[in-house]
Design a protein around this ligand. Structure first.
Ligand code: NAD
Ligand code: UDP
Length: 334
């Protein structure tokens, strides 16, 4: 009789995670390894870091490859999670042409790879495909309200084109695809300087610096804790082939940005005050996922409330702030 270790190794799949050194990608790599898969993490370290993979680098089933997915990649894998793409407005607007290339050329390269090795491939799409939505909450049937020539377009339209490519490879080449539309996700390993609202507010609060609310703070978002999002991605990938998506993954509990600021101040015991800053162009006014499909098809439903998730995330940022060396929070924004 084979040992349990041998048996589990026989079942091990070789899984490529692009963008695996980023915030969500590093959590995904960790979970896949814990499940017994072999993981090939590909990243160009544009926003990700080796530090995010601390603890995985010595794992015998983990391999890290520095590579930009806008260039072809030749590897043998069973599944591909395509997460490579900067996700924070500050970073994706820094080099917008590269952002579009990553979504479009990168997807073509990863789809070509999937086609050659007959791998199942999942695209990390985004709620940004809905733009500044005219219907609320957003369901997968809604086609969106996106400015094609604005500052967010490199990200929004790049991700929309990637979805088109995924579905055309599916229809034209019979590829097994999965498209997840991820809503705002937060947790440990978010880049402290990347300008996203949760990381900005926590770091500002921990330093008793002003909390920068853009606009009047009445715009809303729905925040999902990273562990639950990763669980949703893995369920979607492993669901039967007919479940292609697009599928919303996010926590439907909706908060205004002002409410988030107040929660962060309360949970950190901060002396920070709230200050107003101009609202960035094309900033969506409201966002909340309709997750009926994910609930029905994947039996997936986030359980971690925002307060609890923030409590889990804050110690990570506390360690960074205590260690020092961070640029002033939000410095990269504006
Ligand atoms: P992140 O910036 O932390 O991670 C992205 C990773 O991709 C980084 O490690 C970066 O170095 C890498 N990368 C970027 N361009 C690359 C390229 N050309 N080749 C190889 N690697 C490249 O962002 P994240 O929050 O972890 O997001 C991961 C994915 O999920 C992204 O595709 C993003 O669009 C999507 N998403 C995230 C959120 C969220 O709230 N975090 C919401 C919607 C969608
Ligand atoms: N935001 C804010 N202060 C900050 C950073 C962001 O008020 O310091 C706002 C931003 O204008 C947006 C919301 O918070 O309305 C979420 O921003 P984020 O960049 O995290 O995500 P996205 O806009 O892509 O959903």
């Amino acid at each position: 009789m084979s040992s349990p270790i041998r048996a589990s190794r026989c079942r091990a799949r070789r899984i490529l995670v692009t963008g695996g050194a980023g915030f969500i990608g590093s959590h995904l790599c960790e979970r896949l390894l814990a499940r017994g898969d072999e993981v090939l993490c590909v990243d160009n370290f544009y926003t990700g870091s080796r530090e995010n993979l601390h603890g995985l680098l010595d794992h015998p089933d983990f391999e890290l490859l520095r590579h930009d997915i806008t260039f072809p990649l030749y590897v043998e894998v069973d599944q591909i999670y395509n997460l490579a793409c900067p996700a924070s407005p500050v970073h994706y607007q820094f080099d917008p042409v590269q952002t579009t290339k990553t979504s479009v050329h990168g997807s073509i390269n990863m789809l070509g790879l999937a086609k050659r090795v007959r791998a199942r491939i999942l695209q990390a799409s985004t709620s940004e495909v809905y733009g500044d939505p005219e219907i609320h909450p957003q369901s997968e049937h809604y086609w969106g309200h996106v400015n094609p020539v604005g500052r967010r377009s490199c990200y929004d339209e790049g991700k929309r084109c990637a979805e088109t490519l995924f579905f055309d490879y599916h229809r034209q080449h019979g590829l097994e695809i999965k498209v997840a539309r991820i809503f705002n996700t937060y947790g440990p390993r978010m880049h402290p300087d990347d300008g996203r609202v949760v990381s900005n507010f926590i770091v500002q609060a921990l330093r008793d610096e002003p909390i920068t609310v853009y606009g009047d703070g009445a715009q809303s978002r729905a925040f999902c804790y990273v562990d639950e999002l990763v669980d949703g991605l893995m369920r979607l990938m492993d669901a039967e082939a007919s479940i292609t998506g697009p599928l919303n993954l996010g926590n439907p509990a909706e908060f205004t940005i002002m409410e988030l600021a107040q929660k962060v101040i309360a949970l950190t015991g901060s002396r920070s005050r709230i200050v107003r800053r101009p609202l960035p162009p094309d900033d969506p006014r409201q966002r909340r996922p309709d997750i009926t499909l994910a609930r029905t098809l994947l039996d997936w439903q986030p359980q971690i409330a925002l307060d609890e998730g923030l409590r889990r995330a804050i110690p990570y940022f506390e360690r960074l702030v205590t260690r020092g060396g961070l640029a002033p929070a939000g410095a990269a924004a504006a």
